[in-house]
Every structure is written in C-alpha cells, then in structure tokens.
Design a protein around this ligand. Structure first.
Ligand code: PGA
Length: 248
C-alpha cells in the first residue's frame, strides 16, 4: 500500500466539547502531512465527526458493527446505518470486544463481511494474550484469528485492514519491540499473500501503546504500514506526532 495509515481508537472517551477541540486541532495539524489519518469514535459522536471533519483529510470510523443487517437486535448498529454517517472504517474484533463481549473468531469474520458489504473497510484486530505469548502460541493464535476472516470473506479480503495488537501491550505502556512486531507482521503478510491476488492493498497496522516516542521505530519496519492508536489518540499533540512519524 502507498503511504501509511494512522487510526485513532478513542474507545469510550470523549464529550461533545472535548471532541470538537480534539478534531479541530487534529485537522489543523494534518495539513501538509502525507499519511492517511482516521479516528474511530463512539458511534453516538459519528454525526459530530461528519459535521466537523466532512471535507477535511481526516476520515472517521466506528469501533464495532452488528453481524446483522436489520431487525430485532436491541442496541445494535448495522453497517448500512454507519455508512449513512460517512463512516469509512469499522474496527472489528478488538481484544476488548473479544474479552468483554465474548466475540468469537466467527463473529468477527461476519462483522468484517457486513462492513465490506456496506462499503466500509473493516479494521480486523488480531493479537495474543501474555499467557499465549509465553506459551509460544503467538503465531498459532494470530493465524487462527485471521484465517476465520479470510475463510468468510474470500477475495474481498484485499479490501480489509489488519491490526496486530498484542493484548499485553494494549493500554499497558508495554510496546512490542519493533522486531517482535515485525516478526508477527511478516507472518500475517505471508498469510494474506497466500489468500489474495492483491495483498499489496492491505494495510497492516500495529497497535498497543504506540506513542510519539516509539512510533518512528515501529513504523520503519518493512511490514508495518501504520498504527492503531488508543490512549495517544486522545491528545492532538500526541496523535499528530505519530502522524508526523508516519509521514517521513
Ligand atoms: P493503546 O490502545 O494505544 O492505548 O495501547 C490501542 C488499542 O487498543 O487499539
């Protein structure tokens, strides 16, 4: 893929007034940068993003999407509904959703499918827990998680984004070393190459305590095409310094 992609994941943070300051500052700081940038916000703020960021280089996305098209699914939001608010990306299979909401590989694969069908790029998250890493299961776990998405989505797989997010690095301040991240990215790249004729279209993001200080070394790795940024996406200066590191 050409140019890096930096995506903020606000998680369950924000308020109308804080978002306004943050989004305006990020948009102002994006001028002249060469990488693509997006923020995945709590869904209730999507109309606000559409208003603030419409027509600007900042793209926006959701943090989840329903496995269903419509119907009796209280509390759910369909991909078509998200699309009506200009959503370009939807995170699917974030480890917090796998852990707290019991999302299985099959559910994540279906969510990716629903997003793709509505013209939304799913950002498919994969990653091992600390226990899995220590048991030497990293490769097996991330490949299994990605295989489910490949199986369900066939050739459409070239339209996804993949985020490698080691669970032990999320929100902990512990980042995977650039070499550790690159090693897993290379495995995922090989798996994608075997699954599609157009693997070069797929951005492979790293996520997990990426910040202004470590972004440049992570982003300089061969198979790291960008970042999925949690905590550091909530402050414009931090997010913009990651964008700057990705723009070199
Ligand atoms: P973090 O979160 O940057 O705060 O570690 C990343 C994520 O969960 O997407």
């Amino acid at each position: 893929m050409s140019g890096k992609l930096i995506v903020g994941n606000w998680k369950m943070n924000g308020s109308l007034s804080a978002n306004q300051d943050l989004v305006r500052a990020v948009i102002a700081g994006l001028s002249g940068t060469s990488c693509k940038a997006a923020v995945c916000v709590p869904a209730i703020y999507l109309p606000q993003l559409q208003q603030l960021a419409g027509g600007s280089p900042l793209l926006w996305g959701a943090q989840d999407v329903s496995t269903h098209d419509q119907g009796a699914y209280t509390g759910e939001l369909s991909a078509a509904m998200l699309r009506e608010f200009g959503v370009r990306f939807a995170i699917v299979g974030h480890s917090e959703r796998r852990q707290y909401h019991g999302e299985t590989d099959a559910v994540v694969a279906t969510k990716a499918q629903r997003a793709l069908a509505a013209g939304i790029t799913p950002i498919v998250c994969v990653g091992e827990t600390l226990a899995e890493r220590e048991a030497g299961q990293t490769e097996e776990v991330v490949k299994r998680q990605l295989a489910a998405v490949i199986h369900t989505n066939g050739h459409c797989i070239s339209e996804i984004v993949v985020a490698y997010e080691p669970v032990w690095a999320i929100g902990t301040g512990k980042t995977a070393s650039p070499e550790q991240a690159q090693q897993v990215h290379a495995l995922l790249r090989a798996q994608l190459k075997a699954a599609t004729a157009h693997p070069e279209r797929i951005a492979l993001l790293y996520g997990g305590s990426m910040n202004a200080a470590n972004a440049a070394s992570l982003l300089s790795q061969n198979d790291i095409d960008g970042g999925l940024i949690g905590g550091a996406s909530l402050k414009s200066a931090d997010f913009l310094s990651i964008v700057a590191a990705a723009s070199h």
